[in-house]
Design a protein around this ligand. Structure first.
Ligand SMILES: CC(C)(COP(=O)(O)OP(=O)(O)OC[C@H]1O[C@@H](n2cnc3c(N)ncnc32)[C@H](O)[C@@H]1OP(=O)(O)O)[C@@H](O)C(=O)NCCC(=O)NCCS
Length: 220
């Protein structure tokens, strides 16, 4: 029986997940981090413990463990943690905000799906992916493991996403393309072609009008 709730991580994403759980009426017992990141007894007023302590005081049967780490090191940290906790017999729980619209049941373990996400029926989702607010995953997309979807990114239909990719905020991925592994899509990019492993795609940068301030537009 589950009587402990823990989040791995003690950063912005972990805190956000704690807030979402609280809205759902779920109280958090621990934030868990690698030993060198235990900087005090608490984080955000919740006990902060090391992985070793966590493994000592919980069991896989009595604990719901969520993955609250974002995209540092191009998602490799989440990949490492997933394997580490699996080796100790733990599965990560999947969190789906009741304020998300998730119409597929084909979802693996350890995913975090924040409020305002829309996922179409028929979409297939692997393990340990993170979906920020406003992500749209349209029909027939197939998503692997350890990917990070930033706020407002939109995947048109029939897209294949491999593992460990970062899909930046407000980017748009055209229908029927394939993104292999560890691709970085910059915020605001429009992706209309397949991307092989490790590619980086960015949009044109916005530029500052050096000869104007907003005063210029007051009387325009
Ligand atoms: C693409 C991105 C990762 C670049 O990161 P950054 O910290 O701005 O990196 P830098 O400005 O140091 O740029 C690194 C290199 O890429 C180049 N570059 C980055 N963005 C570029 C762009 N839009 N156009 C041309 N070159 C670009 C830089 O010129 C630089 O090249 P150099 O090292 O040869 O000088 C960033 O713009 C981005 O899109 N981040 C995602 C934001 C997001 O979605 N956050 C959601 C979090 S929940």
């Amino acid at each position: 029986m589950i009587n402990r709730v823990a989040i791995f991580g003690a950063g912005q994403r972990a805190r956000e997940l704690k807030r979402l759980l609280a809205i759902d009426g779920i109280a958090l017992d621990y934030f868990v981090v690698d030993r060198e990141y235990v900087t005090g007894s608490h984080f955000d007023k919740t006990p902060l413990i090391s992985t070793e302590e966590f493994l000592d005081i919980t069991t896989p049967e009595n604990t719901a463990l969520f993955l609250g780490v974002g995209m540092p090191k191009m998602n490799r940290i989440r990949e490492r943690l997933f394997e580490l906790f699996h080796s100790h017999g733990y599965e990560f729980s999947t969190y789906i905000s009741p304020h998300a619209t998730v119409l597929t049941k084909d979802i693996g373990e350890g995913n975090t799906i924040f409020a305002g996400v829309n996922i179409a029926p028929g979409v297939v989702i692997g393990d340990a992916n993170h979906f920020e607010m406003g992500t749209i995953i349209s029909h027939d997309c197939c998503i692997g493991d350890f990917n990070f979807f930033a706020p407002g990114c939109a995947l048109c239909g029939d897209i294949k996403i491999g593992n460990g990719n970062f899909i930046g905020a407000n980017s748009t991925l055209r229908n029927s393309i394939t993104i292999e592994d560890y691709v970085l899509v910059g915020a605001g990019a429009y992706v209309d072609k397949d991307l092989s492993t490790g590619r980086v795609i960015v949009p044109q940068r916005s530029h500052i009008l050096e000869d104007k301030t907003s005063e210029y537009f007051i009387n325009k």
